[in-house]
Write a protein that binds this ligand. Structure first.
Ligand SMILES: Cc1ncc(COP(=O)(O)O)c(C=O)c1O
Length: 426
């Protein structure tokens, strides 16, 4: 007994001696502080606003992963400075336009957008010394145009009409860029001919059509961002989002799924991932009112009623914003897909509340639809797979509709689920 006690005392004594030796020599404390310092050290400063865009975290969505037996990962694009995946696209569009000489510092970038791309363009344009003019349908949540105006963009809210109509918001935006170019040209000519009042002449285009008066006489020209057809959109995801997902998963992913508006995200990411590993399956999740599901699964874009120019995309076709389309865009054409799923508004609403309640994720309608897609993919491929999707923006921009109990009740979309029973799970 005495021997044991003595041995114990020796061991403790020796430990204290060794510890004090290290502490005295400062090597242990140095080693500890080095370790702590490494773990806590902030990442290098990013270069300005533009440098802060991208490199978003990939978040494991615990509730969906546990319910499906798959690793369901969401790329947290809502953490971009402008709050949306579209920040990447806005940067790439402006960078490429400046490089090609189609846009100059002091010029106006115009866009016809249901909101998010426009907000991103308005966010990044000043960092490039440019301005932003946006044309949006008037059924889009009011907070989106409020944000745009607060960011310093000029905004036109117009009636939603078919894309074949000259006054579709995209077509108006295209015209506005030409008008800004005209205004800049007239200003330059007027300066040369020493004209007294430039403003008097800048209200009319060469075709004699009344022009918008939104562009000041010092405007340095205009550039139509054209997110639907401009492949800078695709490239933003091909060189950014796709490679980041590949790196963050160590190349160990089995599937990617997303909804499409312009198709830029789905195309850029799917093309990149397929080039890395053709076994990675890529899928579309399509909201109500969109023709893309038919295109992917049957090869035909339109049903008779959906034929371009015959049917408007009714504002009540879907509560989701920014996704679903009834035409094939240059960006979507680049996508490499293995299949498609349909998602309903009810599923998107229920999903958003599940994510909020279980994971603390307050996401917008397209992100919720993407998560519906991720569960659909999990059900198709079975447990044990890693599935990546995009968390495009957060719920803040969706308060007046998607997160408005009264609006949801009026449209029969009041959420009631306690788990994922609305997707046949649990
Ligand atoms: C909020 C939101 N999510 C998703 C999308 C769809 O992304 P993409 O245009 O790359 O198909 C959009 C497009 O505008 C959007 O605004």
């Amino acid at each position: 007994m005495v021997l044991v006690r003595t041995k114990g005392a020796i061991v403790i004594g020796l430990s204290i001696a060794v510890l004090s030796y290290f502490l005295c020599n400062n090597s242990l404390s140095k080693a500890l502080s080095r370790k702590t310092h490494k773990l806590l050290s902030p990442k290098k400063p990013r270069k300005g606003l533009i440098g802060a865009i991208g490199n978003t975290p990939l978040i494991r969505i615990n509730s969906l992963s546990e319910a499906t037996g798959c690793e369901i990962l969401g790329k947290a694009e809502f953490l971009n400075p402008g709050g949306c995946v579209k920040d990447r696209v806005a940067v790439k569009i402006i960078e490429e336009a400046l490089e090609s000489g189609l846009l100059h510092e002091g010029g106006v970038v115009t866009e016809g957008s249901a909101g998010s791309t426009a907000i991103s363009l308005a966010t990044v344009a000043p960092a490039f010394g440019c301005k932003c003019h946006v044309v949006i349908p008037d059924d889009v949540a009011i907070e989106k145009s409020q944000i745009l105006e607060a960011l310093g963009a000029t905004v036109e809210r117009v009636r939603p009409v078919s894309i074949t109509h000259r006054d579709h918001y995209v077509n108006i935006a295209r015209r506005r860029a030409l008008e800004a170019k005209d205004a800049a040209l007239m200003h330059r000519n007027a300066k040369h001919s020493d004209a007294k009042d430039v403003e008097q002449t800048s209200g009319y285009s060469s075709e004699g059509e009344k022009q918008s008066t939104v562009f000041s006489s010092d405007c340095k020209g205009g550039f139509f961002a054209d997110q639907f057809e401009n492949l800078a959109n695709f490239r933003a995801h091909y060189v950014g989002t796709g490679p980041e997902i590949w790196e963050q998963t160590g190349g160990k992913l089995h599937a990617f799924v997303a909804a499409a508006g312009t198709g830029g995200t789905l195309a850029g990411v799917s093309k990149f991932l397929k080039e890395k590993n053709s076994n990675i399956k890529c899928f579309l999740i399509d909201p109500p009112g969109s023709g893309l599901f038919n295109k992917v699964t049957r090869g035909v874009m339109y049903t008779r009623e959906e034929a371009e120019g015959r049917r408007l995309k009714n504002p009540f076709d879907t509560i989701t914003e920014g996704i679903g389309i009834n035409r094939l865009t240059e960006n979507f054409i680049m996508a490499e897909l293995d299949g498609a799923f349909r998602g309903t508004d009810m599923e998107a609403v229920e999903m958003s509340r599940i994510l909020l309640k279980n994971d603390g994720l307050f996401v917008g309608s397209s992100s919720a639809m993407n998560c519906v897609g991720a569960v659909r993919v999990a059900q198709t491929v079975g447990p044990g797979h890693t599935i990546v999707t995009i968390l495009c923006d957060n719920g803040m921009r969706h308060l007046s509709k998607f997160y408005n109990a009264q609006y949801l009740s009026q449209h029969g979309l009041t959420p009631t689920a306690t788990g994922l029973e609305f997707l046949g799970l649990g």
